[in-house]
Design a protein around this ligand. Structure first.
Ligand SMILES: Nc1ncnc2c1ncn2[C@@H]1O[C@H](COP(=O)(O)OP(=O)(O)O)[C@@H](O)[C@H]1O
Ligand SMILES: [Mg+2]
Length: 308
């Protein structure tokens, strides 16, 4: 909670919407989850949020709860997906079918944000995943001497770099990202439309919630808000709706309900599932709290009567 920004983070919008709809929002960290005699539990604290206060959140008294007693569990741990995250998904999975997970722990474990996108390769720019440095240099030539290389475990633009044949840092960049040819990296054709922005389309249960556009700084490739990208309002096109409809059955099957797609030009570059962001910016453009749609949907899924 201490590291969240009340006017930026999607998690806070979810908490605000939960509270606005009359529910109790409980908070815990990965280290607070435990399994006792096969029952997955967590040490939680009720949390109340109020953006207008300088002390914008307050905790109630801690208590141990069984996850199976809760209406819904929102997993919003930021990457990296490390061993602690892996074990957490195994623990949480024990409560599968007993509560609503957003997103499903097994789905989170299976869906590396960069690699999962390959299930929808028909919508992606030309993409290569390899540790083989010679193959990478070959690919860069093949796609017009201009590409982007990304680490598979990055987020927020971290480690994403441009690869141009003319750049004499190119070989060094490839060696660095592949750890001298030992670690897989993703290499993608450079999509020039990135100068106009990287669209974040937020999905709920395979349907479009809305989208924002993130425009990179003039001196950066990366559009991520975290990397200084600026946000503007944007519409979702017909062809993007059609793409989402194609993706929806797979996302539902994997329990990936709250998802953020990254689209550059008309190409899909990433499927964000661990802690997708953007709902506060979207809410400002739409002039309403879009996170309420997420909580209303969860109420329906869990048949929790709306207390209002
Ligand atoms: N194929 C591409 N062409 C042009 N720019 C890209 C491409 N892929 C990524 N980028 C730029 O890099 C940023 C981060 O890439 P992304 O794949 O979304 O990884 P991350 O998980 O770090 O957000 C994007 O917002 C975009 O500005
Ligand atoms: Mg991204």
């Amino acid at each position: 909670m201490e590291r969240l920004l009340p006017d930026k983070d999607t998690t806070v919008a979810m908490q605000r919407a939960t509270q606005a709809r009359g529910h109790t929002s409980l908070h815990c960290e990965p280290k607070d989850v435990f399994v006792h005699e096969g029952e997955v539990c967590a040490k939680v604290r009720p949390v109340a949020v109020d953006a207008n206060q300088s002390n914008w959140f307050t905790y109630g008294s801690p208590a141990d709860v069984r996850l199976s007693e809760l209406a819904a569990v929102f997993i919003r741990k930021d990457p990296p997906f490390d061993a602690a995250y892996l074990y957490l998904t195994h623990l949480l999975e024990l409560a599968r079918g007993k509560t609503l997970f957003v997103n499903d722990p097994a789905g989170l474990r299976n869906a590396n944000e960069k690699l999962y996108t390959l299930h929808f390769a028909q919508f992606m720019p030309k993409t290569l995943v390899t540790a083989d440095t010679a193959r990478i240099h070959e690919f860069v030539k093949e796609v017009g001497d201009d590409a982007v290389i990304k680490p598979l475990d990055g987020a927020g633009g971290s480690g994403v770099m441009r690869l141009r044949t003319s750049d004499d840092n190119r070989r060094s960049i490839v060696d660095t990202l592949t750890h001298e040819g030992r670690i897989l990296a993703m290499v993608q054709q450079y999509v020039p439309a990135v100068r106009k922005g990287d669209k974040r389309i937020l999905l709920l249960d395979g349907k479009v919630l809305g989208a924002i556009n993130r425009v990179p700084r003039s001196d950066d490739l990366r559009s991520n808000i975290h990397a200084g990208g600026s946000v503007e309002a944007v519409e979702v096109t017909e062809s993007e709706h059609a793409m989402v409809a194609t993706m929806a059955p797979r996302l539902r099957k994997d329990g990936l309900f709250f998802v953020g797609l990254d689209v550059i030009g008309d190409r899909l570059t990433e499927v964000n599932v661990t802690s997708p962001t953007g709902i506060q910016e979207l809410s400002r453009h739409k002039n309403r709290e879009v996170a309420q749609d997420v909580i209303a949907w969860a109420e329906e899924r869990t048949s929790v009567p709306d207390p209002q």
